[in-house]
Design a protein around this ligand. Structure first.
Ligand SMILES: Nc1ncnc2c1ncn2[C@@H]1O[C@H](COP(=O)(O)OP(=O)(O)O)[C@@H](O)[C@H]1O
Ligand SMILES: [Mg+2]
Length: 448
């Protein structure tokens, strides 16, 4: 009997080697190699019928057709709907709501949709569709895992959109590798991509995130597809955020916000109102800031709780905010404002479960920490925007107008902004704009 040939494949980037390695030379990850059978078949040969050589200027712009999901938060993240013939990967932790999201999209797309599930039976899919109260008239379901069967189904119903839930469960029967291995995932994705490009349908691949945070294990998938969206949220919050990490047909960093209920996801069209709905103005340690998420401003409440540490080792906990950034800001407050924080526990939280990614929230973080530390309430109706530098100086931020407008719209009466941003907005708004140069001045303005 011939010995089975094996190779080792990096589950992160797809690098292949004949010997097991501890560290991947390609992506530098540790412990990512797993044993796989050497493919007895190479990737599908490209069919000559798909060969389409054209002059660039002969391509009509009308060829760019978008298929809208008709869920506006979803469409915005896609850059105006799915581009025809594109392949989109949607990743997220198990249970976050990926299947719910794609199924709701499947029902609201105007066109024929094939929803393939490798995880649930058709009965379960039907129950889910009933629970979500979906209109399923143009929406076909298939519960299989073999790519060959999916291809026949595609040939039969000629769909506009094919959803594969999840790509990790799919397999090509001609390969001996087990489903879920890098080879199977890659070959299945390759197969569906070639079909999507040649038949001009949209392929939506659902992928689980591994413990390390990679979509679908192999990072390789992220390079292959046209767009990568990530569905995220805190398990104990109802909010879900759809974030675009890569998009060949739209902007990145765009987000869509949803709320998860028993009967599915609903869109959150006015995020600031929702995130501030429980904002209390009569406590210490709470300051509102305006961040930019993708193309729109969102007001968020930064909460801090500072307590004396009796046991030498002060605790620092940050939820929704970068831990290292918090350490830097604490050092700035200690050195430049002379707040004795080195012996205090500091807990920082962004209310509502959103993660703040940009430094424009620094000033609000500093103000909320100082407010809790001094046990002094910030002035009512104040918001704060600005990046804080190591010298305690406040640096300018982008898109200042949008942020100010949003704060004004939500009824804030005063807003602290970086001095360098002041020229462009002076006298333009009815909200009281207070330019500040450094953290010390900002604290005087907001707390007296
Ligand atoms: N039968 C059910 N009744 C009520 N809620 C459910 C039911 N099944 C799932 N859910 C809710 O939907 C959420 C998302 O499920 P799902 O879309 O299957 O996630 P994913 O596909 O990302 O694993 C679950 O975490 C749960 O809150
Ligand atoms: Mg699922």
């Amino acid at each position: 009997m011939a010995r089975l040939k094996v190779k080792y494949v990096c589950s992160s980037c797809g690098y292949e080697t004949l010997k097991w390695l501890g560290k991947c030379p390609e992506c530098n990850e540790w412990n990512t190699f797993s044993e796989e059978l050497v493919d007895n078949k190479k990737s599908t040969p490209i069919l000559s019928t798909t060969l389409n050589v054209v002059k660039l200027d002969e391509i009509l712009e009308t060829d760019e057709k978008r298929i809208e999901t008709n869920i506006s938060e979803f469409d915005r993240v896609l850059g105006g709907g799915f581009m025809q013939g594109s392949v989109v990967l949607i990743g997220g932790d198990p249970g976050i709501g990926k299947s719910t999201l794609v199924m709701q999209a499947a029902a609201s797309i105007r066109g024929t949709v094939l929803y393939v599930s490798g995880e649930e039976s058709t009965t379960q899919l039907n129950l889910r569709a009933k629970r979500l109260k979906l209109n399923t008239s143009n929406f076909y379901v298939l519960a299989v895992t073999e790519m060959e069967l999916i291809e026949s189904a595609i040939n039969k119903i000629n769909p506009d959109v094919v959803m594969i839930d999840s790509i990790q469960t799919m397999q090509r029967a001609e390969l001996d590798n087990a489903p879920g291995t890098v080879t199977q995932i890659r070959e299945s994705a390759n197969h569906i991509m070639q079909l999507a490009k040649s038949k001009n349908f949209v392929a939506v691949l659902v992928g689980h995130i591994t413990k390390e945070g990679y979509i679908a294990g192999p990072k390789l998938l992220e390079h292959m597809v046209d767009a990568v969206l990530q569905f995220e949220g805190e398990r104990n919050h109802n909010y879900r955020i759809l974030r675009s990490l890569k998009n060949r047909f739209g902007g990145t960093n765009e987000i869509g916000i949803f709320e998860m209920h028993d009967d599915g996801l609903t869109e959150v069209k006015n995020p600031s109102e929702i995130f501030l709905s429980e904002h209390s103005t009569d406590t210490t340690g709470s300051v509102v800031t305006a961040t930019i998420e993708g193309s729109r401003p969102v007001l968020l409440e930064v909460q801090a709780l500072v307590t004396p540490s009796n046991y030498g080792n002060p605790q620092r906990v940050a939820t929704g905010f970068d831990y290292k950034r918090l350490s830097i800001l604490l050092a700035v407050l200690e050195k430049r404002v002379k707040l004795r924080l080195s012996s205090a526990n500091v807990f920082l939280n962004i209310a509502g479960g959103l993660k703040i990614m940009e430094p424009a929230a620094d000033l609000a973080v500093c103000c909320s920490i100082a407010s809790s530390f001094k046990d002094k309430q910030p002035n009512e109706g104040f918001a704060a925007i600005g990046e804080v530098g190591l010298g305690g100086e406040i640096r300018g931020v982008s898109q200042i107008e949008k942020r100010i407008q949003e704060a004004e719209k939500l009824g804030f009466t005063s807003i602290l902004i970086p001095k360098t941003n002041y020229k462009t907005v002076k006298g333009k708004y009815s909200i009281n704009i207070i330019p500040v140069k450094n953290v010390f001045d900002a604290l005087v303005e907001i707390m007296g």
